[in-house]
Design a protein around this ligand. Structure first.
Ligand code: SME
Length: 159
């Protein structure tokens, strides 16, 4: 099955599993587990949730230890949070602000979860040890998934 077909399959599976779920962490945990175990080039898969103005906390995630918190002025995740734009990084060494939770990370994609009201709930961060592991198919499908998650009834409501 091609990459797009595998995204269709895994997003359909995630949506079926989280339908009717009332717990936000359960929704995010299920998403991370399904994604991480579907795509071999995913070496770290996780969310950084907005927990206070300009501050994100790690989790849920799969992979080796991830830094516990990221402020909006740091890292690729912070760039995504500030801009509310996807970050597709073929070579992390070309981004001086990159935070290397693992020395083996070579490429990265970070996608914002933004509600219909424009609120940033979290970013989805995926690292790969492979160079240029992510392409427009990953970007389009992960953006589609993050849009679904950002409208899920279990999402946290604006404070
Ligand atoms: N690489 C991310 C930090 C998170 S660890 O990779 C899990 C960044 O630069 O924001």
């Amino acid at each position: 099955m091609d990459r797009a077909g595998r995204y269709d399959e895994v997003i359909g599976s995630i949506c079926a599993q989280i339908e009717g779920e009332s717990d936000w962490i359960a929704v995010l945990s299920t998403t991370v587990a399904e994604l991480h175990n579907t795509f071999s080039w995913y070496d770290w898969t996780g969310f950084y949730r907005v927990v206070a103005p300009e501050l994100m906390k790690v989790g849920p995630y799969q992979g080796s230890h991830g830094c516990l918190e990221i402020t909006f002025d740091r890292g690729i995740c912070g760039a995504c949070a500030r801009s509310k734009q996807i970050q597709l990084v073929d070579d992390v060494t070309q981004r001086p602000e990159h935070i290397a939770c693992s020395s083996s990370t070579s490429s990265e994609i970070v996608i914002p979860l933004i509600t219909n009201e424009g609120d940033l709930l979290a970013v989805l961060d995926i690292d790969s040890d492979q160079e240029a592991a992510f392409n427009t198919i990953d970007a389009e499908n992960l953006e589609r998934l993050c849009s679904i998650l950002a409208q899920h009834p279990a999402r946290p409501r604006a404070r």
